[in-house]
Design a protein around this ligand. Structure first.
Ligand code: CUA
Length: 159
């Protein structure tokens, strides 16, 4: 009788640890699946921006299974923003992901709260829901050289 009881306990413990093991694997899988593209990769070699998995493809990209609807990838350099013109669907939650190929630049979208620095070697991100239709000026507010004053671009929020 005693042996039988012990066997049951050991069997129960074995089952419990197996279940626990499976739960850990499942949680890890779910967590990895939701990892944002730029997460864990805050740095990027400014020389290799064009080959980087995110920055080789600038522009607006629809994404699935994330807390945002789109990723808007910008490669910034003296004195321009790539892409130059962007159309965003009204109401879209957008994660802006940007880096610089040369010097520090600003990233300010006039009349919004979007305002951050873009620094070579670093990946800057900013998430925003664009819920007002209209044309927005994207401009550099960090002195970056001769062409600084003309460094601007256009963001259009459309229906
Ligand atoms: Cu770029 Cu000022």
């Amino acid at each position: 009788m005693i042996v039988h009881k012990l066997e049951k306990i050991w069997l129960g413990l074995g089952m419990a640890s197996l279940v626990l093991f499976l739960v850990i694997i499942l949680v890890q899988a779910i967590h990895l699946g939701h990892e944002p593209a730029a997460s864990g990769r805050e740095f990027v070699d400014p020389e290799l921006v064009d080959k980087h998995e995110t920055f080789k493809n600038p522009g607006l990209h629809k994404v699935e299974g994330k807390d945002w609807d789109y990723e808007l990838v910008f490669v910034v350099s003296a004195f321009n923003y790539n892409p130059g013109n962007v159309e965003i669907p009204k109401g879209a939650k957008v994660k802006i992901i940007a880096t610089s190929k040369d010097v520090n630049h600003g990233f300010e979208i006039a009349h919004t709260n979007v305002n951050f620095m873009v620094v070579p070697g670093h990946i800057s991100t900013f998430t925003k829901t664009f819920d007002k239709k209209g044309e927005y000026l994207l401009l550099c507010n960090e002195y970056c050289g001769m062409g600084h004053a003309d460094m601007k671009s256009n963001i259009k929020v459309v229906d």
